[in-house]
Design a protein around this ligand. Structure first.
Ligand code: COA
Length: 271
């Protein structure tokens, strides 16, 4: 008889899980880099078939939103409904924690996962683009202003983005979260004719060393260019090795150090 359970992952599951995650994507996988953090956080689920871990799924909880990520099913155990079971279990845990929204990120070409999300009644909320930017010293010193707490900036953010990105989690951009980010001086902007034309929230990755993550909101190629140059310089001055830009903006300036990697669908469901 086949015996299937879902339980919290244990440190001892690591080797077996990483073994089937080695070749998830063409570039490999990141599960090995985050495994210890996820185990410590305690919200990593593993599906066990006949005593063997064959699938995983991680959740984080922000305000009343659950963020679901890292769904992986061993290739030999796919199409048995295991991913669906893990997501449904994560949603049910989230509901018990008073979450009302569930979100996840799926690469626009990942048909299997998009099908899975569709089956589970997730809808696309936004499309986000991922760029990597190489740090570089520039003689240009664009004028960038640190945001202070004012209604204009808070409203601009609230009306332009549902979320900001921290460690590859899309975190709700609520008023209290914006105020915290302003207090931490994590929001910068540029202006043209006294109007804000680009705005950025920057955080450092908790999982990858010396990696800066920028959530860029911009309606101007010039504004984006100024933010990009500013952070290329900032990275050199602060020993940052990698800059990752996440943005809904479609048109970024041409820059030989800026490389468009992937586009993602931010998927949302009311639970
Ligand atoms: C995407 C992924 C997680 C799906 O895992 P899975 O366990 O195969 O998913 P499920 O079994 O729940 O559903 C997949 C399909 O199997 C079918 N299925 C489910 N139970 C079944 C059963 N008992 N018999 C036959 N088919 C079944 C479903 O109808 C579904 O079909 P569809 O794709 O046509 O909609 C898996 O392919 C994977 O690990 N991919 C690589 C990592 C990845 O992309 N992760 C997600 C990143 S966002």
């Amino acid at each position: 008889m086949v015996y299937v359970i879902i339980r919290k992952a244990k440190a001892s599951d690591k080797n077996m899980v990483l073994e089937f995650c080695k070749t998830t994507f063409s570039w490999g996988d990141y599960i090995g880099d985050v495994w210890n953090y996820w185990i410590r956080e305690g919200n990593l689920l593993v599906l066990i078939e006949n005593n063997i871990p064959v699938a995983i799924c991680h959740s984080s909880f922000f305000d009343r939103q659950v963020w679901i990520e890292g769904i992986r099913v061993n290739e030999n155990f796919r199409k048995k409904g295991f991913a669906k079971e893990l997501v449904l279990k994560s949603e049910s845990i989230a509901k018990n924690k008073n979450c009302v929204i569930s979100k996840m990120l799926i690469e626009t070409n990942n048909k299997k996962s998009l099908n899975l999300a569709d089956y589970l009644n997730y809808k696309k909320e936004e499309t986000w683009n991922f760029y990597s930017l190489i740090p570089k010293k520039s003689y240009k010193k664009p004028k960038v202003t640190v945001a202070i707490k004012n209604t204009k900036i808070i409203n601009l953010l609230l009306s332009n983005s549902s979320s900001y990105v921290k460690s590859w989690k899309w975190i709700p951009l609520t008023k209290p979260n914006i105020v915290s980010l302003i207090n931490e001086q994590r929001i910068l902007y540029t202006t043209h004719d006294d109007k804000i034309n680009a705005l950025v929230i920057f955080t450092e990755s908790e999982h990858f060393e010396k990696t800066l993550m920028l959530t860029l909101i911009s309606n101007s190629v010039n504004g984006s260019e100024n933010i990009i140059t500013y952070f290329q310089n900032y990275a050199i001055d602060n020993n940052i090795k990698r800059i990752q830009i996440l943005t809904k903006t479609i048109k970024l300036p041409k820059n030989e150090n800026l490389d468009k990697k992937f586009s993602f669908c931010l998927m949302k469901k009311e639970i």
